[in-house]
Each structure stands twice: as structure tokens, then as C-alpha cells.
Ligand binder design. Structure first.
Ligand code: HEM
Length: 415
């Protein structure tokens, strides 16, 4: 019996309190759908009393997720309370960054990096993104199988990061490595690191390497790259080491994995829905909506977690101070009450931006426009070349309940 069918039966028959959607296997096997269908139907705000991560609440409906997002005074992101993942990070190895902070410090630090991805500056970056994308596509083999993730998704997003940091271009795969280390589930057999201590040591190497670049930028006049901006920003220039590690980790993962996995997920979406590719080829004005649909369909960030600062009521349930509250974007993006045919891949939805993949509220993704530009340029250049991308084998998916990762995807482009 396939993993998917087995999961469907288990999802329907387990007692409700036994449903544990934080099990990373569900995402590695891509068998999560029936669990969330049942939760949305029977227990939209659901308490799981026992899991590898302790007890936690699951929020699975679009509107309840929005309630948590916009009430940051009740639902905190603070690292001291546990941060943003269902799995608590060991306290002695916590690496603060502004995604794990509440106002006012969150607001101050976010303000420092926001300008690099602001709209007018993106126009300057678009030319570079297009040139690099064109080169990567032109160098792909024709008529032979290759890994789309490595040759396209990783290559393009790593180049982008190197540009944002003004990082030595020949060393750019170090950024990919640090990103993989930062997000790895250390319990997974194929993880790049197998303990928190190993992860910490690798990220310390990152901090040393970046520290050298930081010192150069701090000594020079301010310029337009993330390191220089952080090194000169009043609320970031004196960051202690752990915060420096955390902030760089955030920017590297934020700008890398999410966009990378959307580039890979889109290829799978098109394999399953070839009619939508035909629709796009016939009407290129649909490109921005197509890009949004790939972001919704993939939902690169599976969840974000908050911790209740006070007692609260949510979807008819009583949340108590200190409770872990997990917003499952994967589920909110498939909420049949808000999105028609949510399992479908539909590139001409009337409200293509109406999804939760970028979150909402004060932590809403700061790099959303940049991600959209990268994705739009990629698919525009693919359309210009009229490339047909054929999926040759199944994807290898990551063992993670946080980022929906595709580790490899064999494809072929017609000769
Ligand atoms: C398709 C691509 C992307 C997706 C799906 C995505 C998703 C997300 C999500 C879900 C959040 C948290 C939102 C919340 O808690 O409400 C977030 C925050 C963030 N993202 Fe992205 N992201 C993407 C691309 C990027 C890029 C390209 C960058 C960097 C250049 C970036 C940098 C950040 C940062 C710094 C934060 C923290 C914002 C804060 O705490 O105020 N992201 N992103």
C-alpha cells in the first residue's frame, strides 16, 4: 500500500488527540494532506497533548491563522519563550535574530534590512538577476537527465544571496552549506550535521568568515549590501556574536531555501497540471498570478510557532499563558472555505495573492518582493526559450516539519 493511502486511513481512524502533524515524516513522505483535512473539519484549533516536541496547539484554518498573526501581543515570537518553531531550541545554543523578537527590538532591526529589498532597489537588481538566470538556463544540458534542484534552484538562489551580501562569488556555495546546516533536522539520517553542537560549530565558522567581511564593510563608507547595512545600522552594528550568527542565519535561510523550493515545487506542479503550462504559454500576462500560485501550492514554510503571553480564546478553544501555538500555513493555504479547489494548481485565480505563504502581520516576509522578482524572471526566461521540462523521477523530500524542502528532482529538457 502506498504511503499516501496508508496515511489517509490513519488520518481518518486515529483518535483526534493522537493526531500529530508535527511529525517530520509526513512532509518527507508528502502524506500530510488527509491529516489537515480532518483537523480543519473536526478540530480546527487542535491540542496535541504528547509529541516529540511536547504539547502544542495546531491552528489549521486560514482565518484563525490570521488572528494569531495579527495579535503579536498575545502570540509572541520571542526566543526566550521558545521562538518560532514547534521544536524548542536548546537555550545555551540559541541564536537570536529579529524573526524571534517582539517589538520594539524587532521593529528596529527589521527596519535596517528592509531597504535592500524595497521596490525601487529591486529594479536595479532585476537586470543582474535576469543576466544570471539566462546564463544558468543556457548552460543546462539538453536531452539528458540532470538535477533541477542543484543546477537551477540552488544555483540561482545562491547567486542572489551572494549579490545581496556582496559575498565572494567563487565561495558562494558556502552560503548554501550554511543555509542547509541552519535548517537541518539533526535527527534526519541524511542531515549535514547530527547534533546541535555540530550545528553550532559550523555556524561559528560562518560567523568568522562573515565577521571578516563585516569588519571590512564597517571600516569602509556605507554601501548597498546587507552586510554593509547591518555593519552601519544603529541597532545592528554592535550585535553580540550569537545575535550576529542568528541574524546572518535568518537572512541566509530566508533568502535561500524558500525561493529555492518554490523553483523546484513549480516544476512538479506543472508536471501534474500540464494544462496550466499551456494556459501560461498562451497568455503570458498570467505570469505574476502563476508565480503566486507556485508560492501557495508549494508553501515553502510549513509552519511558524508562537507562544501565548496571556490566556486567550481561539476558535472556541481556551489557550493558556505559555502554550505553544503552531500556525500550519500548509493547511491554511488549503482551507476549502477560503480558497476554491485548494488542491488544484490554478494559475488564473481571481485573487492570486490571497495565501499565507509569506505569513502576515509584523513578521510578514520582508523579502517577498525579491522572491517574486526572482521567480518571475526565471519563468519568463524559460518561456522565452520555450523549454519543456520533463520530470524523470520522483523528488527526494526533506525530513522537516518547518521548511518544505525538495532535495533533488531529476528532469530532462528536450534536445
Ligand atoms: C518564496 C519565498 C519566500 C517565502 C515563502 C518566505 C516566507 C516567509 C515567512 C512565512 C516568514 C514569516 C512570516 C510570519 O511570521 O508571519 C518570513 C519571514 C522572513 N523572510 Fe521570507 N520568505 C521567502 C523569501 C524570502 C527572501 C528572498 C528573503 C530575503 C531576502 C526573506 C527574508 C525573510 C526575513 C528576514 C523574515 C523575517 C521577517 C520578520 O521577522 O519581520 N524571505 N518569510
Amino acid at each position: 500500500m502506498s504511503a499516501v493511502t496508508e496515511a489517509g486511513r490513519e488520518a481518518e481512524t486515529l483518535p483526534l488527540e493522537k493526531l500529530n502533524v508535527a511529525d517530520p515524516r509526513l512532509y518527507q513522505e508528502d502524506s500530510w494532506r488527509p491529516y489537515f483535512v480532518r483537523l480543519r473539519r473536526e478540530a480546527p484549533v487542535h491540542y496535541c497533548p504528547e509529541s516529540a516536541y511536547g504539547p502544542y496547539w495546531s491552528v489549521t484554518k486560514f482565518k484563525d491563522i490570521m488572528t494569531v498573526e495579527v495579535n503579536h501581543e498575545t502570540y509572541s515570537s520571542a526566543g526566550e519563550l521558545g521562538g518560532i518553531q514547534v521544536e524548542d531550541r536548546p537555550k545555551d545554543m540559541s541564536r537570536p535574530s529579529f524573526i524571534r523578537m517582539d517589538p520594539p527590538k524587532h521593529t528596529q532591526q527589521r527596519r535596517v534590512v528592509a531597504p535592500i529589498v524595497a521596490t525601487e532597489d529591486l529594479n536595479n537588481l532585476e537586470g543582474t538577476i535576469r543576466k544570471r538566470t539566462a546564463r544558468v538556463l543556457d548552460e543546462l544540458p539538453r536531452g539528458e537527465t540532470f538535477d533541477w534542484v542543484d543546477r537551477v534552484s540552488i544555483e540561482l538562489t545562491t547567486m542572489m544571496l551572494a549579490t545581496l551580501f556582496d559575498f565572494p562569488f567563487e565561495d558562494r556555495r558556502k552560503l548554501t552549506w550554511w543555509s542547509d546546516v541552519a535548517i537541518a533536522n539533526v535527527g534526519a539520517a541524511d542531515a549535514p550535521v547530527h547534533s546541535e553542537a555540530e550545528r553550532f560549530a559550523e555556524l561559528k565558522d560562518m560567523a568568522e568568515y562573515m565577521g571578516r567581511l563585516w569588519a571590512e564593510r564597517a571600516a569602509a563608507p556605507p554601501k548597498f549590501d546587507l552586510l554593509s547595512m547591518l555593519a552601519h545600522g544603529p541597532s545592528t552594528r554592535d550585535m553580540p556574536l550569537l545575535e550576529f550568527m542568528g541574524t546572518l542565519g535568518l537572512l541566509i535561510v530566508g533568502g535561500n531555501d524558500t525561493t529555492r523550493n518554490t523553483m523546484s515545487g513549480a516544476v512538479l506542479a506543472l508536471q501534474r497540471h500540464p494544462d496550466q503550462w499551456a494556459k501560461l504559454r498562451a497568455n503570458r500576462a498570467l505570469l505574476p498570478a502563476f508565480v503566486q500560485e507556485t508560492i501557495r501550492w508549494q508553501t515553502p514554510v510549513i509552519h511558524m510557532r508562537r507562544t501565548a503571553r496571556v490566556d486567550a480564546e481561539l476558535g472556541g478553544q481556551r489557550i493558556r499563558v505559555g502554550d505553544k501555538v503552531v500556525m500550519w500555513y500548509m493547511s491554511g493555504n488549503r482551507d476549502e472555505e477560503v480558497i476554491d479547489d485548494p488542491e488544484g494548481f490554478v494559475i488564473d485565480r481571481p485573487r492570486p495573492r490571497h495565501h499565507l505563504s509569506f505569513g502576515s502581520g509584523i513578521h510578514r516576509c520582508v523579502g517577498d518582493r525579491l522572491a517574486e522578482v526572482q521567480l518571475q524572471v526565471l519563468w519568463d526566461e524559460i518561456l522565452k526559450r520555450d523549454l519543456t521540462i520533463e520530470v524523470i523521477g520522483p523528488p527526494v523530500r526533506a525530513y522537516s516539519n518547518f521548511l518544505r524542502g525538495i532535495k533533488s528532482l531529476p528532469v530532462r529538457i528536450a534536445a
